[in-house]
Design a binder for this molecule. Structure first.
Ligand code: 3PG
Ligand code: MG
Length: 395
């Protein structure tokens, strides 16, 4: 069965219940100001397309943060409701919860076109994929749309269990479609040479991706904290750099694999005594005992750039250093600049590399910037996600 998207179904007159990923970052001081509205902006096309298709009503659902099954005003979707209303130029009614009697009344009133349910994760039943909760959510519409790519790796009531009640009345949204098409390009048939750049902190979190990618890529460029367990496994000194023994063991395994020659590691570094310390270049692979490496060095950036020059497909996941501190941002921003100029399909996934690309102002120079962190990683590992499989095959 093929996965259907909303541009392939007739939604005229339908009452749609739709899952989005409006899990946007809020300013830590006021818990109100949205600091990056990408996930809302990327969903607007789906909402507008459904309105243009003549839907009767859309009940929108999302989680925000991890309130662990309890109501917590800190994680209210109120700022999202306000942003949606502003961006769409239409009233958006926010409910008090996902279950209260007020919702039935609201739906019976039939005056409101856009309704946003309060945070799904205020109910423990959401993450437990509770069957009854899923059934209630399903009853808020006669058609179910899932556009929450960023949450499609979770088997939750609103992303998974709900499909049991909408087996033949469900479709993916347009953001989900863009994500699946872009990621499938890289997973199924990448134009060669295909180069992957992987950074970030933990080898354990990304080991499956590295194993999955190694046979397909011509080079795997490793940077950021991901690099130090590999360097240590090769016998180099890593000083005080982030490096767990478990990760060294995993790195050793990859360095013994058939594809070991494709793994490219930093040759030099920018180090410091602490995360807030002064940046000091070290022109060798060896990191001094009393220092930690916090960025790739100039020679490494030049080396990685030269490998990227001829690439036709590039997947980038994870920063090259502690780019949040501008003393250690050169490697990460340097890679972003190289990708921006390439004549290649460039896909950036994973929360940190996405925010680095956006911070560098280069997001629109990439072929695709994923709205999914964990979701994009799991898609690359497994070629699909539970929420997508459910739309395709039912549950
Ligand atoms: C995310 O930001 O990773 C998604 O919104 C999913 O949230 P979660 O990781 O808390 O399940
Ligand atoms: Mg996550």
């Amino acid at each position: 069965m093929a996965l259907k998207y909303i541009d392939q179904v007739d939604l005229k007159g339908k009452n749609v219940v739709a899952r989005f990923d409006f899990n946007v970052p809020l300013d830590k001081k006021d818990n109100k100001t949205i600091t990056d509205s990408t996930r809302i902006d990327e969903a607007l096309g789906t909402i507008q397309a459904m309105l243009d298709a003549g839907v009767n009503r859309i009940v929108m659902m999302s989680h925000l943060g991890r309130p662990d099954g309890k109501t917590n005003p800190k994680y209210s979707l109120e700022p999202v409701a306000t942003a949606l209303a502003q961006k769409l130029g239409q009233e958006v009614v926010l409910t008090e919860s996902c279950l209260d009697a007020g919702i039935k009344t609201l739906l019976n009133l039939k005056q409101h076109k856009l309704i946003l349910l309060q945070n799904l994760r205020f109910h423990a039943e959401e993450e437990a994929n509770d069957a009854n909760f899923a059934k209630i959510l399903a009853s808020y519409g006669d058609f179910y749309v899932n556009d929450a790519f960023g949450t499609a790796h979770r088997k939750h009531a609103s992303t998974y269990g709900i499909v049991a009640h909408h087996k033949h009345t469900c479709a993916g949204g347009l953001l989900l479609k863009r994500e699946v098409e872009a990621l499938s390009k890289v997973v199924d048939s990448p134009a060669k040479p295909f180069v992957a750049i992987v950074g970030g902190a933990k080898v354990a979190d990304k080991i499956k991706i590295l194993e999955r990618l190694l046979p397909d890529v011509s080079s795997l460029l490793i940077g950021g904290a991901m690099a130090y367990p590999f360097l240590k496994a090769q016998g180099h000194s890593v000083g005080k750099s982030l490096c767990s023994e478990d990760d060294v063991a995993l790195a050793k395994k990859l360095l013994q694999s058939n594809s070991k020659s494709k793994i490219i590691l930093p040759r030099d570094h920018v180090v410091s005594s602490s995360l807030e310390g002064n940046p000091e270049p070290v022109g060798s692979v060896e990191i001094p005992a009393d220092k930690m490496a916090l960025d790739i060095g100039e020679s490494t950036l030049a080396h990685y750039s030269s490998i990227l020059k001829g690439a036709k497909t590039v997947l980038w996941n994870g920063p090259m250093g502690l780019f949040e501190n501008k003393s250690f941002a050169k490697g990460t921003f340097g890679i972003a600049e190289v990708l921006a100029k390439l004549d290649a399909f460039t896909l950036v996934g994973g929360g940190d590399s996405v925010s680095a690309v956006n911070k560098a102002g280069l997001g629109d120079k990439m072929s695709h910037v994923s709205t999914g962190g964990g979701a994009s990683l799991e898609f690359i590992e497994n070629g699909s996600l539970p929420g997508i499989q459910a739309l395709k095959f039912g549950i």
